[in-house]
Write a protein that binds this ligand. Structure first.
Ligand SMILES: Cc1ncc(C[n+]2csc(CCOP(=O)(O)OP(=O)(O)O)c2C)c(N)n1
Ligand SMILES: CC(=O)[C@@H](O)[C@H](O)COP(=O)(O)O
Ligand SMILES: [Mg+2]
Length: 687
């Protein structure tokens, strides 16, 4: 919480900055940093990026009036200092919690936040749009500023914007916040180019030197050679100096010190008076002001909560449980070892996808292409065409940026590219920009594409192996969640075949993906508390769908639930209804559970699952509702019993699957005494 007698407590809007002296501003910057450290130590949030832009944020808000001018922070994960000085300091401690501040810009919180973002690279385009829109609506006096990091800068869309603004000579400012880091060190030609620009002194020094050289008395003899060499060096250095941007029509300024408040302000004042598009190259330290973050900006990009210890900082709660990401990266690591043709492609998310081991042990099979998802997919397609076995390991939400390449370069060519879609479903604190909501719907529409989702830990490795042996594109999606193991003898993965865990006729739950464990627990609760016999299917494939199992379930059960952690429109449930429709089977008793047609805000993942009815309670409630509609007897339990949560839900203890395929029959039998029905013979063969 902000200290009541601090300078920061007195800043209710950027206008309050104007009354501050330079000493005050230095103190304010220090208070902002300690506020950031105080908050981020207690909750996982973006940290090093925010520490690095404190001075830049203050200078921008001093030089411009963003009650009128336009400011877009690219990606938006470095928005915390901006939130501190735009009236939200007292709430910063709520950041990324349910009902609290969003960890990204949020227009519903403040008019100083223009776009809710979380995906990198779009700020130059939207800032250009704001500028042109303001001109068209009679506000040419408004400045438009985009702040973009060096990691986001190589995104293709950035060059689309530079091309357009440079061509139109649009009056706008692009501040390149260059801290020599993406989440990992940045990769590619742009990073090398910026390295060279950082290394040489400022552009204006060289210009001055060049002018003095030319104006000096012409030298003869041995001096001439030195003179010419100096001119060549100067031109070479100035050629490294933003000439890339100058050639595109931008005026390049810098690089300048991004922690020098006075210097920043004077450059920004200069820029305001200039015409056309300007790129101001600012050098900052990711983690500035907090030594452990400066030393390890990767670890402190979005650290787990931590405390100070003698030998540095230790995480408050070291997460030991293995995640789906761990299981997938281990399977990919093994695949790389088995087959040198396997190539793993990441779009700047080596840490997030836990690919460090592959990077270090199989460097020739690992490709970090930077925040360039469209390129990642087309690049993988080229590799597949050449006979390699590429895997695009990418967050579901970031895959959206490469949709056309998935269509044209992969599906249309029917190339064996494997898409490992991490963070599929609800992601928790990152909120609506990062949920993996649409991949089931968006991937299943492509001919040739296989769409799979592991039901639990046991499905992961066999699905990766299946995918790498399949000669068409395959998409495998899994959540930002701890692994669960449903206790059973898993059926082998066969194309288009679901796995029947238990067959019942009161009801059937068709589970798509990692909510399988919750579905099994819901089935247990329905049986033990309500005497309802509800079977469970691990769908495994959304495309090709196991129509045999799906249609039988719809024909035989009094009600059917489809459960998926994806958008209801066009997802797994839609595929099930399509199958029933195609087979002419009535399906009014089928109810689809999934993500609603709205954006789910930031919170803990379990809170979000409960909010949308995808936790055990929600699945049970939906089943009871469907059972009543189907005329089944449902005892009215007292509210406490109904509301009682599943004790092992948080612990994700291994889930017992009883019934035909259940290796461990339920010790206590069934609520109404009957043993569970084995799946109809025709189905067990189907698996
Ligand atoms: C399209 C997209 N791909 C990947 C990411 C994940 N991501 C978030 S921040 C980040 C690094 C950004 O580096 P930079 O722009 O230099 O910002 P810094 O953290 O250094 O301030 C990445 C890869 C994203 N947000 N958007
Ligand atoms: C800003 C950004 O996009 C990344 O830092 C993202 O927040 C990482 O998400 P995970 O924490 O799920 O890896
Ligand atoms: Mg950076």
């Amino acid at each position: 919480m902000t200290n009541a007698d601090s300078l920061l407590a007195r800043i209710t809007s950027p206008a309050d900055l104007r009354a501050l002296t330079d000493e005050d501003l230095e103190q304010l910057a220090a208070e902002m940093r300690s506020e950031l450290i105080g908050v981020v130590r207690r909750r996982s949030a973006h940290f090093a990026s925010n520490l690095g832009v404190v001075e830049l944020c203050l200078a921008l808000h001093q030089a411009f009036d963003f009650t009128r001018d336009r400011l877009i922070w690219d990606t938006g994960h470095q928005i915390y200092p901006h939130k501190l000085i735009t009236g939200r300091a007292a709430e910063l401690h709520t950041i990324r919690t349910k009902g609290g501040l969003m960890g990204y810009p949020n227009p519903s919180e403040s008019p100083f936040d223009l776009f809710m973002t979380g995906h990198a690279g779009c700020a130059p385009s939207t800032a250009m749009g704001l500028r042109v829109g303001d001109e068209l609506t009679g506000h040419p006096e408004r400045h438009s500023v985009a702040v973009i990091g060096d990691g986001a800068f190589p995104s293709g869309i950035v060059f689309e914007a530079l091309n357009n603004a440079g061509g139109l000579r649009t009056k706008m400012l692009v501040v390149l916040n260059d801290n020599k880091m993406s989440i990992c060190p940045p990769v590619g030609g742009v990073a090398n180019y910026l390295d060279r620009a950082r290394m040489s002194s400022t552009y204006h020094d060289w210009n001055k030197r060049l002018k003095s050289l030319v104006s000096s008395v012409p030298l003869v003899g041995e001096h001439a050679e030195r003179w010419v060499q100096q001119i060549k060096d100067a031109i070479k250095a100035s050629l490294n100096h933003g000439m890339l941007f100058e050639e595109l029509g931008f005026t390049y300024l810098g690089p300048i010190d991004g922690h020098d408040l006075k210097g920043l302000r004077s450059y920004l004042e200069k820029v305001k008076a200039m015409d056309g598009p300007i790129l101001l190259h600012v050098l900052t330290n990711k983690g500035h002001g907090f030594e452990p973050a400066v030393k390890d900006p990767v670890k402190f990009h979005a650290p787990a909560p931590f405390r100070k210890a003698e030998d540095g900082y230790v995480p408050l709660k070291a997460s030991s449980s293995r995640t789906y990401t761990d299981a997938v990266s281990a399977a990919l690591h093994a695949a790389c070892g088995r087959d040198p043709k396997v190539a793993i492609v990441t779009a700047a998310m080596c840490e997030g996808n836990k690919l460090q081991k592959i990077r270090d042990e199989y460097p020739s099979q690992f490709f970090d292409v930077g925040i360039c998802e469209g390129h990642a997919v087309a690049f993988a397609a080229g590799m597949a065409k050449a006979g390699a076995r590429p895997v695009v390991d990418i967050y579901s939400t970031f895959l959206q940026r490469s949709y056309d390449q998935i269509f044209q370069e992969v599906a249309l060519q029917d190339l064996p590219v494997v898409f490992c879609l991490d963070r599929a479903g609800l992601v928790g604190a990152d909120g609506p920009t990062h949920h993996g909501t649409y991949d089931l719907a968006s991937m299943r529409v492509f001919p040739n594409m296989v769409v799979m989702a592991p039901g639990d830990q046991r499905d992961v490795e066999p699905m990766i192996e299946f995918a790498l042996g399949h000669d068409s594109p395959v998409s495998i999606r899994y959540p930002r969640a701890g692994l669960e193991a449903v206790d059973r003898e898993p059926q082998p993965i066969e194309l288009g075949q679901a796995e029947v865990l238990e067959w019942e006729t009161d009801g059937m739950i068709l589970a798509c993906g990692a909510l399988l464990g919750a579905c099994v627990r819901a089935s247990d609760r329905l049986r033990e508390r309500y005497g309802l016999r509800v079977g469970v299917v691990n769908a495994r494939f959304v495309k090709p769908l196991d129509r045999n199992v799906v249609c039988k379930a719809i024909e035989e059960a009094a009600f059917v639930l489809t459960v998926e952690e994806g958008c209801l429109m066009g997802g797994f449930g839609s595929a099930v209804l399509e199958a029933a429709g195609d087979a002419g089977i009535p399906a009014a008793h089928v109810r689809r559970l999934g993500l609603p047609d709205r954006f789910v805000l930031h919170a803990e993942r379990d809170e979000q699952l409960a909010e949308v009815g995808l936790d055990v309670d929600g699945i049970v409630r939906a089943a009871l509702d469907q059972a009543r509609r189907a005329g089944l007897h449902v005892p009215d339990l007292d509210p406490e019993a109904e509301a009682e949560h599943d004790a092992d839900l948080d612990g994700h203890a291994p889930v017992q699957a009883s019934g035909a395929n259940g290796a461990a029959e339920r010790a206590n039998g069934h609520a109404n005494g009957a043993a569970s029905k084995p799946a109809p013979a025709a189905l067990t063969a189907q698996g």
